[in-house]
Design a protein around this ligand. Structure first.
Ligand code: ASN
Length: 332
């Protein structure tokens, strides 16, 4: 099936107007064709990834939007949150989901050993991030967690899942990838992916190592040992963090994940050290104290960044039917 009447492609070179993604009603005919093409890549990717997780024994959970407990996103050097949304319902304060990390830890420990969720996350990024091309204030992650898994297990699962997706896409979505000018440039990465320690990257690139590695690499690469929120495992003796981010060329961090903390004393200590309000994490603390929180590991794949990279977009909001560009609110 031919996607376009002419041999015209939908690259940025032929469409210089694409800067900050516009809402559907403001797109030209050719921009709508490009949007629909990216939409097909998104649909294919969602079907492929969810099937792979289901076929590997993961249970598919539905997301929640409001909870007392959500990701503190602190202290995370990469976070730039302008506003946290809290609202009172039934006499209680709830927050919009920043990530379902706390839900994952508890669900994986108690009832669903291997789980994943297509989880909408709201993070009101500072408006100055509008033009980075990789930030949006609502995004969806394929968030997964596995009881008893190690970092190595998760890293090889992710490599398998991504390489298998790319192989299938290159076989089944040739027309779409050609239209997006990605048919020849989207290479299958070699496995295992390279692994860098954040410490070494900091020595090479300084504080902005995330940008440094995203610009330098031409393949997806892992970065480990990143100081972050209390739920990622930290070895108090060595000071090393047992976590891993996957970085894509240009689009940056597409996955963050870790082996998790499960011991009460450590979690409490880290929450207090980070100045995070422990009242919002009472349940996870209680379960940890009772020994019901289990060692798990997992991660979350940012769907818009992944599909943005596959499609070669300038701004990942191009992958969204209703763009969520920081600083801009449209009617839809
Ligand atoms: N999904 C991430 C994880 O599993 C957490 C996050 O999005 N902040 O570690």
């Amino acid at each position: 099936m031919k996607l376009l009447k002419s041999k015209q492609t939908l690259s940025h070179e032929s469409m210089p107007l694409i800067g900050i993604p516009k809402p559907l009603d403001q797109l030209s005919e050719s921009e709508i064709e490009r949007k629909a093409c990216i939409g097909k890549v998104m649909t294919y990717t969602l079907r492929n990834l969810t099937s792979q997780f289901v076929d590997s024994g993961f249970q598919w959970l539905l997301p929640v939007a409001l909870s007392q407990s959500t990701d503190p996103l602190w202290p995370d050097p990469g976070a730039s949150i302008e506003k946290r949304i809290e609202v009172d319902i039934y006499g209680k304060t709830v927050r919009t989901t920043a990530s379902m990390i706390i839900h994952k830890l508890i669900a994986s420990s108690l009832a669903y050993p291997k789980l994943f969720i297509l989880s909408p996350n709201i993070r009101i990024e500072k408006a100055e991030r509008a033009k980075t091309g990789k930030h949006i204030y609502e995004f969806t992650q394929l968030d997964f967690e596995a009881r008893g898994a190690s970092s190595k297990d998760v890293m090889s699962l992710v490599e398998e899942v991504i390489c298998s997706l790319l192989t299938s896409l290159k076989r089944d979505m040739k027309d779409e990838l050609t239209s997006l000018c990605r048919c020849d440039t989207l290479a299958l990465p070699k496995r295992p992916f390279k692994v860098y320690d954040r410490h070494d990257l900091e020595a090479k690139y300084g504080a902005d190592w995330e940008e440094g590695i995203a610009q330098e690499t031409s393949d997806p690469v892992w970065v480990t040992n990143i100081p972050r929120e209390f739920y990622d495992f930290e070895d108090f003796k060595t000071g090393k963090w047992d976590n891993y981010d996957l970085f894509l060329p240009q689009y940056g961090e597409v996955l963050s994940g870790a082996k998790r903390e499960w011991e009460y004393e450590k979690i409490l200590k880290k929450i207090e050290r980070d100045n995070v309000d422990k009242n919002n994490y009472a349940l996870v603390l209680k379960l940890a104290k009772q020994g019901k929180l289990k060692p798990t590991a997992g991660g979350g794949i940012g769907m818009e960044r992944l599909v943005g990279w596959i499609s070669g977009v300038k701004h990942i909001a191009e992958t969204q039917p209703f763009p969520r560009v920081p600083g801009t609110v449209h009617e839809l």
